[in-house]
Write a protein that binds this ligand. Structure first.
Ligand code: NDP
Length: 249
């Protein structure tokens, strides 16, 4: 896919969960567009792998091990931040899928703690760490189509992904006057390392249900995210961009 081209030189983007999956693509795309990037991720192994893969951007990228569910972990990482940020992408997220009757308290708590409280912890902690010089401050949170339409077996996950939409719209109202644009992206079914391991027939059957007849690529999400981060998107505030091939229509 030919990606959209942007120029973020002189800016700093912080991506949570930025060492794997969609987050890694976001990290790579911001780096390619000239931005400095701070990668926060839980997994040291994923951080090490990402660092190796991105060695040619060594002067542009910083890696920090952070657990977004833990305020002490977030606070420690904030203290060690190399410089103020311009763009925050709340991407870290987990699933613990079970039908509601079978869902354990631990499944509920883990998903709420990561996908909702984690977004609060990170955004709250970083609010004063945005570069006061920039008028293009951006907060982008990765929601999901299931936060809009629900999904069997994902009561916990859907609740968090709907929750971050309310969070996004509220911050858009509160922070617009301070030079922020705050938006969410709702991906549909995106191909990642996990889906690549699934049988081709299963993936083909899933693609057939999407009006555009394919699963989403991580580039689809990166393109939307970089567009929302750009100066040209500055009048887009408080919206949710669905990047789902129209699956829910
Ligand atoms: P991945 O599991 O591939 O990547 C998520 C990253 O976030 C991992 O590196 C993970 O670390 C990290 N992470 C998890 N918990 C924490 C934590 N407590 N603190 C810091 N980092 C953490 O997920 P995807 O790339 O598939 O998803 C990225 C986002 O996109 C998520 O918010 C997800 O809900 C959303 N999304 C994904 C879709 C898809 O089809 N893939 C569809 C719709 C939305 P570790 O590996 O150690 O857990």
């Amino acid at each position: 896919m030919q990606n959209l081209t942007f120029n973020f030189s002189g800016q700093v983007a912080l991506v949570t969960g930025g060492a794997a999956g969609i987050g890694f693509k976001l990290t790579t795309s911001y780096l390619e567009a000239g931005s400095k990037v701070v990668v926060w991720d839980y997994s040291q192994e994923a951080l090490n792998n990402a660092q190796k893969e991105l060695s040619k951007y060594a002067t542009q990228v910083t890696f920090q091990q952070v657990d977004v569910t833990q305020r002490t972990s977030v606070e420690a990482a904030i203290k060690a931040l190399p410089q103020p940020i311009d763009i925050l992408v709340n991407n870290a997220g987990i699933t613990r899928d079970k039908s509601f009757g079978k869902m354990l308290d631990a499944d509920w708590d883990a998903v709420i703690q990561t996908n909702l409280t984690g977004v609060y912890n990170v955004t709250k902690g970083l609010l004063e760490k945005f570069n006061p010089q920039t008028q293009n401050k951006r907060i982008i949170t990765i929601s999901s189509v299931v936060g809009i339409y629900g999904n069997f077996g994902q009561a916990n996950y859907a609740a968090t992904k709907a929750g971050v939409i309310g969070f996004t719209k509220t911050l858009a109202k509160e922070l617009g006057r301070k030079g922020f644009a705050v938006n969410a992206i709702a991906p549909g079914f995106i191909k990642t390392a996990m889906t690549n391991a699934m049988p081709k027939e299963v993936l083909d059957a899933m693609a057939a249900k999407v009006p555009v007849q394919r699963l989403g690529e991580v580039d689809d999400i990166a393109n939307a995210c970089l567009f929302l981060s750009s100066q040209q998107a500055g009048y887009i505030n408080g919206t949710v961009i669905s990047v789902d091939g129209g699956i829910v229509l």
